[in-house]
Design a protein. Structure first.
Length: 251
């Protein structure tokens, strides 16, 4: 794979070597990456920090140890004004590379605005046609008036489109301030069955629950998303959602 094209997008030789190693060896601790690349540990850590920030690497934490995994360069495709076709070819190569993407981690962490958007986009892409989604929204204050609110609202308006095309519906629990906003701004609010809880229940975290995944979304100066694919945890979140759903009011 032509991973050297990543040098066009601000990555140095060490960054590319670390990314290339992760593609070959799969999910790994830093020690194996250091041995594979033969780069000193301080520079490997710096490259991992950069790659996570650019959306090329995600990580999972187990017992305070991070396991890193290469991701498709979708974020760079979005950012780039030149060489888009080359990056799309690389993304296809990675998607078909048997070692680069083994069975997905139970838990993945996506940092930054681009990581946040990547996690949400992938979550919607994995929904099956006709599937129902359960959502606990951000607070109305975060969604409409917090720092970066316009960007957040614009992004979630776009996620309605693939949901509509897949005939996906959603039960959504929100605070009452979201009622007018949903009707005014969302493409087709009819895909959402809305119920409301008092505003004090909500904060900077939103929860999306599908049949196979729980996505925890935290907005702010440094957004972060946690993807959890564990049947027991999904069932637990679903049970909690159903409890809140019965408490919530339609009007």
């Amino acid at each position: 794979m032509k991973t050297d094209i990543l040098s066009r997008y601000g990555l140095n030789k060490n960054d590319i070597a670390v990314y290339d190693a992760l593609l070959r060896i799969g999910r790994s601790k830093t020690g194996l990456i250091i041995r594979e690349t033969r780069i000193v540990s301080s520079r490997v850590y710096e490259s991992l920090r950069i790659l996570v920030g650019r959306g090329l690497v995600s990580y999972q934490a187990r017992n305070n140890i991070k396991y890193y995994q290469a991701e498709s360069p979708d974020q760079l495709i979005e950012e780039a004004s030149k060489g888009v076709n080359d990056l799309k070819d690389l993304a296809k190569d990675i998607a078909n590379f048997p070692i680069a993407i083994p069975s997905r981690n139970d838990i993945n962490i996506y940092e930054g605005r681009h990581g946040f958007k990547m996690a949400t986009t992938q979550h919607v892409e994995r929904l099956k046609k006709g599937e129902d989604l359960c959502i606990i929204t951000f607070s109305h204050r975060i969604y409409t008036g917090g720092k970066g609110a316009r960007e957040l609202r614009s992004f979630f308006t776009e996620t309605d489109k693939p949901m509509i095309s897949k005939d996906v519906g959603a039960r959504m629990i929100a605070d009452r301030g979201m009622q007018k906003t949903m009707k005014k701004e969302r493409i087709d609010a009819s895909i959402y069955d809305l119920r409301y809880l008092p505003s004090g229940y909500f904060g900077p975290c939103a929860v999306d629950i599908s049949k196979t995944e729980v996505l925890l979304l935290v907005w702010g100066d440094s957004p972060i998303a946690f993807s959890i694919k564990n049947p027991t945890i999904v069932a637990s979140f679903q049970k909690n959602f159903n409890f809140l759903w019965e408490m919530a009011k339609k009007k």
